[in-house]
Design a protein around this ligand. Sequence first.
Ligand SMILES: O=C(CO)COP(=O)(O)O
Length: 258
Amino acid sequence: MAKRLPLIAGNWKMNNNHLEAIALVQKLAFGLNDKDYDNAEVVVLPPFTDLRSVQTLVDGDKLKIGYGAQDISAQDKGAYTGEISGAMLAKLDCSYVLVGHSERREYHNEDDALVNAKVKAAYRHGIVPILCVGEGLEVRKAGQQVEHVLAQLDGALKEVTAEQAERIVVAYEPVWAIGTGEVATPGDAQEVCAAVRARLAELYSPEVAGAVRVLYGGSVKGDNAPGIMAEDDVDGALVGGACLKADEFVKVIRFGER
Ligand SMILES: O=C(CO)COP(=O)(O)O
């Protein structure tokens, strides 16, 4: 089976206006070389208002950095004030979209049914969903993390075909590790990422499970990325705080060199 190319994605969250976005992507591109792009796929996920600027820069300078959005409407068009459709994101050449980030689940009450509708909306427009799953501290303390994450996965993948599922990216982000500096151990990440892959094999096939990239996210930095990425079932990282500084993000991308 072909080895999965690691994916290092930077979730900017609500940071950087469109001018700051250009500066950050330029700095990132300047810090990366051909070998980096051979070793990992590099993606940034800026706010909606930055996407056109990022698209223009990536196209104009022929950068090998990919990009995508942090959310997508479940609807395709119409009277949905404030929403952004998959068609709009596709027109901006977005390759990826985050779906079901824990901050959307928490602050916008997104449940598994809505996450499922957004996953399907992404596929309708040819955009690859980066599906976020992860447990809170109470669930972790109760030792229920695997059951919790698999229930989120099952809910998000309802009516998603094998052909679609093969292209999905799943990001395991334990909520207690997000923005807290409290990183999961490599063993914690491996346990849940392996369980996600095993469930994909059950729901679809070993081929689908073998193709899907499963990322870890939650306080990933340059110095802890190598240990986490060394685990068999961890195929990359979804990075928050550390992606806002180009130098630190480059260190994460070079996880294999340390
Ligand atoms: O939520 C995250 C990425 O989506 C992780 O954020 P931090 O890396 O800041 O913990």
